[in-house]
Design a protein around this ligand. Structure first.
Ligand code: ADP
Ligand code: ADP
Length: 226
């Protein structure tokens, strides 16, 4: 089954704004997929629906075959989300932040502690595991968001404009870690409004504008057309 099948999703906000006008796309397992589009295109709305933060007005999406409507819990179990904003408690330590997040998923504490060590090591944060998160550098804070998203061992990792306002060095380091996670088998979707970012990382791409997918192709094919 595909990692993600989005089928005619629509979203009309109470304000009357039609943020999604029948969006369909498919992401294959193992892919590193870019969702590219300008501000206001509908990227965050789509990610919000997939991660259960926003209710769709119509249509469906299946995550590894699990419908976000009929099997919401199973679908959620497949997804790790890295939101745009840093949203952890800066007075907690990376270790606490990761273990608590696992608790939210109902993961046993001993397993949670093993995983926290595993992912904090993978993201080069282990030496800071016990320091208050507010003392971490900007790049470390971004990597902590990724480590936390991995605690549920998601099969699909979604990053919503994770490098907005992040400098080039930090961005490069983040992409090295995310590429490693992808090589290890996790499907990755990232939203961005920079083609250069998508171009360097992603194998396939969908371009969204005004709530409509205007292109859905391989990166190679897209670059050949430009
Ligand atoms: P993107 O992430 O691509 O910038 P969004 O999904 O945030 O796009 O926004 C798509 C459209 O929906 C925009 O016109 C935006 O103003 C509108 N929108 C987003 N969130 C809300 C909301 N909570 N209420 C009303 N309109 C919204
Ligand atoms: P982003 O960081 O992707 O822009 P936001 O959720 O902060 O995501 O906002 C996305 C867009 O939706 C922005 O243009 C914002 O002005 C608009 N927006 C957010 N919430 C609302 C809302 N309740 N009503 C109308 N527009 C909204």
């Amino acid at each position: 089954v595909p990692a993600l099948e989005v089928d005619q999703l629509t979203k009309t906000y109470a304000s009357g704004v039609q943020a999604l006008k029948g969006v369909s796309l498919t992401v294959q397992p193992g892919d590193f997929f870019a969702l590219l589009g300008p501000n206001g295109a509908g990227k965050s709305t789509l990610i919000g629906i997939l991660s259960s933060l926003v209710n769709a007005s119509g249509g469906d999406a299946r995550v590894f075959g699990h419908s976000i409507h009929r099997e919401r819990r199973a679908a959620m179990q497949m997804i790790g989300l890295v939101p745009q904003e840093l949203n952890f408690n800066i007075f907690e330590t990376p270790f606490q932040i990761c273990v608590n997040s696992a608790g939210f998923y109902g993961i046993a504490r001993d397993v949670a502690m093993q995983r926290a060590e595993k992912y904090l090591r993978e993201l080069s944060l282990w030496e800071k595991m016990d320091a208050p998160a507010r003392t971490l550098s900007g790049g470390m804070k971004r990597r902590l968001m990724i480590a936390r998203a991995m605690m549920n061992e998601p099969r699909l990792l979604i990053l919503d404009e994770p490098t907005a306002g992040v400098d080039i060095e930090i961005r490069r380091a983040m992409w090295r870690f995310v590429s490693e996670i992808n090589r290890a088998g996790t499907t990755v979707i990232l939203t961005t409004h920079y083609l250069e970012e998508a171009e360097q990382l992603c194998r396939n791409i969908a371009i969204i504008d005004k709530g409509t997918i205007i292109e859905n192709t391989s990166m190679k094919h897209l670059l050949g057309k430009l």
